[in-house]
Design a protein around this ligand. Structure first.
Ligand SMILES: [Zn+2]
Length: 104
C-alpha cells in the first residue's frame, strides 16, 4: 500500500461542451444524466451517469442552453428546470471559491 505517490501532480482536464476549451476538472461544472434519465447539475462531481462539463463562464452556460450544447453532449433533451439554471448562469451555484484551498 503506497500512500504517497511521488509522481508529479497530474491534473485531469475536461473540455467545456460550449467553448471546447480544456480546463482542469475542478474549474469546470459537471452536469450528469443519471442512469434513471434525470439530467442535473452535479455539484459534487460524483453522481453516476454520463457527464458533461461547462466552464464557469456565463456565456458558456447560455450557449449550452440556447444552442443545445449540453443536450447534445448528454444525448438527451435538457429539462426546463435545468435550462433555467443554465440561463441563470454559474452565479447561482453555491460559492465554492472560498473553499479552493490554494493548492498550486
Ligand atoms: Zn466554456
Amino acid at each position: 500500500m503506497r500512500s504517497r505517490p511521488d509522481a508529479p501532480r497530474r491534473v485531469p482536464t475536461r473540455s467545456c461542451v460550449a467553448c471546447r476549451s480544456a480546463r482542469e476538472q475542478r474549474d469546470l461544472v459537471r452536469f450528469v444524466r443519471t442512469p434513471a434519465g434525470t439530467m442535473t447539475l452535479d455539484e459534487t462531481g460524483r453522481l453516476a451517469g454520463r457527464g458533461a462539463y461547462l466552464c464557469r463562464e456565463p456565456g458558456c452556460w447560455t450557449l449550452a442552453a440556447e444552442r443545445g450544447a449540453l443536450g447534445r453532449a448528454l444525448a438527451a433533451p435538457v429539462p426546463p428546470a435545468l435550462r433555467e439554471v443554465l440561463l441563470a448562469g454559474p452565479a447561482t451555484m453555491t460559492t465554492d471559491r472560498g473553499g479552493a484551498r490554494g493548492q498550486e
